[in-house]
Structures are given as structure tokens and as C-alpha cells.
Design a protein around this ligand. Structure first.
Ligand SMILES: NC(=O)c1ccc[n+]([C@@H]2O[C@H](COP(=O)([O-])OP(=O)(O)OC[C@H]3O[C@@H](n4cnc5c(N)ncnc54)[C@H](OP(=O)(O)O)[C@@H]3O)[C@@H](O)[C@H]2O)c1
Length: 317
């Protein structure tokens, strides 16, 4: 059966989160094509398939894939799960095949990428998504689901209707609700609020755990880290308040401490990226707070210090 291009999904960034979604979309009987970085990646995916481990079960699927320069497809629905710093360049690689009014869902942490992308692709229908699902990569095309949460999607582009999901996204939501054990997806009329709330938590935790090389739980009583955590909370809340973002219930500090306790043994993704000598999402997290602060004449000194300390220790961050 050939699916009409308007119903097919393409996934850019089939790492941990993208792999989870590629698997889920296939179980929802959607046609999925993974956009790989290179021909080599395309060939390895076609040879070994995509492996997802959920608890004691491991499933292997065989999604289609394309590499840049291959294919005449018209990409009308694109799910992007690259890290923030790689996103705009990665999407530009596919510009020739991308329909000018493509539906693009950005599923990532941090903020600022959607604005940059809209400037590049003014007619694109951009949606943002934020997730509490967890996953990690065991190896190439091997993903382990770490925790089950949920994903909220909402409209970003100013020309879109905030209230209702378009059919193509409503279909994802319906499918996710019909299948037990599947990813859970919901529409959110004001996606900026949950995105800001997640950004706020990440902005006060992630960089500090990387600077002090500690697991999340160890930050709570860390003699230098804890006072800095409190300063960061104040600065982030000031920026949020001046941006008219709905405050986090019980305050950012209480929420951050709750997350640190719940994930006490976890190493933040920023700590893992820094230790591996990889770039981090610092610019889309703390950098975004600093940028918003600058527009509002708020100095955000603690955030600036965190960025400079992190980059001094890890030049690739
Ligand atoms: N993992 C989680 O549990 C989790 C939870 C919530 C939110 N998030 C957020 O979700 C986003 C994705 O995180 P992740 O953990 O899934 O990252 P990841 O495992 O590093 O996956 C990113 C993927 O993007 C691919 N990529 C980068 N540039 C590309 C290009 N030009 N063409 C094709 N593919 C490209 C990478 O390919 P290569 O392998 O070739 O580098 C990699 O497979 C981040 O913003 C993260 O903060 C993650």
C-alpha cells in the first residue's frame, strides 16, 4: 500500500527520542521515513533495522530511510528530534524536498530554535512539542526507553490555529490514546507555557550538574552548587515573570528540588554530553534565558557565570 505524501511522516534525528517515535509511529500504522545524515548511516539502518528495548522486550522495525541527495519525495510532515544546536542546519540539508508549507514538529528541549527556523522557512507550519518520556542510545539504531511520560504538542507559527490540532497531528493523538503502552500525546493550546516550565527547570539544574560533575541528587546539598541553584531560580523566575509566563506552581526552587530528588541517581544530559566531549544545549537553555533577559534589561549574572564556567571546563559545550 502506498501512503499519500500528505499522510507520511519523516523523522530527522533518529537518536534516542527520534527512535522512540519512529517505533511508535510504525505501530500506529503510519508510513515513516528516517532522514539519515549520510549514505553510510542509511545503509547501516537498512541492514540492521531500528531496535527499541522497552523493559524486557526488544522490538526491531525496518523503517524506510533517505540520505541527503537521495529521493524525490515531497516532505510534508517532519518530526525533528535533533539536539537544538544541530536543528536548523540539519533541516536546511533537506530544503529541496521540504514542501514550503510543511508541517514541522520540533520535539526537543530548550527554546529559540523555532524562531530561527521560522525565519528560514516563513511559510512552514511549525509546531513545538515537549516530552517527559525518557530514552537513551545503546548503540547505533539501538534505543532503550528509560521512562514513560507524555508529550504535549502545540502550534508555534503565528499563522496557525492555537486551539485545534490539524488532522495530521490529531491522528497522532488519537492513535496514541488508542494503544495501551504506547507513547502518550496531547494537544496543548498554549505550548509556550509547558516549554518554558521545562526550560526553567533545565536552566537551573543541568549546567550546575555538569560544572560540579555530580548526579542530580548530589546537587541538593552541594556546598557551592545549592546557593547557585537558588540564584539561578530567582533570575529565571524574574525573566519568566517579565515575559508574562504563567508561574510554576509552588515556585521554581521547590519544583527543581522535587525533580532533583525524583531523579537523584540520574546524570543530566548536559553532564553526559560534556563528559563525552560533545556540544551541549547550553545556548538553547541558559543562553535563551540570558537572551530574553537582555531584551528586558535584566543582567542574569548567575546564568552568565554558569555559561562561562561550563565553557571554561568543557570547550565543546
Ligand atoms: N533522551 C531523552 O530522554 C530526552 C528527553 C526529553 C527531551 N529530550 C530532548 O530531545 C532532543 C533529542 O535528544 P536525544 O536524546 O534524542 O538526542 P540524540 O540521541 O543525540 O539524538 C539526536 C539525533 O540527531 C541526529 N542528527 C544530528 N544532526 C543530524 C543531521 N544533520 N541529519 C540527520 N540526523 C542528525 C544524531 O545523529 P548522529 O548519531 O549522527 O549524531 C542523533 O541520532 C534534545 O533536545 C533533548 O534535550 C531528550
Amino acid at each position: 500500500m502506498t501512503t499519500h505524501p500528505s499522510q507520511s511522516w519523516y523523522i530527522l534525528g533518529a537518536g534516542a527520542v527520534g527512535g522512540l517515535w519512529a517505533h511508535a509511529m510504525q505501530t500506529w500504522d503510519l508510513e515513516v521515513t528516517i532522514l539519515t545524515r549520510s549514505e553510510e548511516q542509511h545503509l547501516s539502518l537498512q541492514a540492521q533495522g531500528l531496535r527499541l528495548t522497552q523493559g524486557n522486550d526488544t522490538h526491531t522495525s525496518h523503517p524506510k530511510s533517505l540520505f541527503p541527495g537521495l529521493g524525490l519525495d515531497s516532505i510534508q510532515n517532519l518530526l525533528v528530534c535533533t539536539k537544538t544546536y544541530a536543528t536548523v542546519a540539519a533541516i536546511k540539508t533537506w530544503r529541496k524536498l521540504l514542501h514550503p508549507q510543511a508541517n514541522i514538529v520540533l520535539l526537543q528541549n530548550g527554546m529559540g530554535t523555532a524562531q530561527s527556523l521560522q525565519a528560514e522557512l516563513p511559510q512552514a507550519n511549525i509546531y513545538c512539542a515537549t516530552t517527559t518520556d525518557g530514552a537513551w542510545r545503546q548503540g547505533p539504531w539501538q534505543v532503550v526507553q528509560a521512562g514513560q511520560g507524555g508529550t504535549q504538542i502545540g502550534a508555534f507559527s503565528p499563522h496557525l490555529n492555537l486551539r485545534t490540532a490539524p488532522n495530521i497531528i490529531a491522528n497522532l493523538i488519537n492513535q496514541s490514546q488508542q494503544q495501551a503502552g504506547s507513547l502518550k500525546v496531547q494537544w496543548h493550546e498554549d505550548i509556550v507555557t509547558p516549554m518554558w516550565h521545562k526550560l526553567a527547570i533545565n536552566s537551573v539544574i543541568n549546567a550546575l550538574t555538569a560544572i560540579y560533575k555530580v548526579t542530580n541528587g548530589a546537587l541538593i546539598e552541594h556546598p557551592q552548587g545549592r546557593p547557585r541553584l537558588e540564584q539561578l531560580c530567582q533570575e529565571t523566575e524574574n525573566v519568566m515573570s517579565r515575559c508574562h509566563i504563567t508561574p510554576i506552581p509552588h515556585g521554581l526552587l521547590q519544583q527543581a528540588l522535587r525533580v532533583l530528588k525524583q531523579t537523584a541517581d540520574n546524570k543530566s544530559s548536559m553532564l553526559q554530553d560534556c563528559l563525552a566531549g560533545q556540544p551541549s544545549e547550553l545556548d538553547a537553555i541558559n543562553g535563551f534565558i540570558i537572551q530574553q533577559g537582555a531584551i528586558l534589561h535584566l543582567p542574569c549574572a548567575a546564568h552568565k557565570q554558569v555559561c562561562s564556567d561550563l565553557r571554561e571546563q568543557y570547550p565543546t559545550a
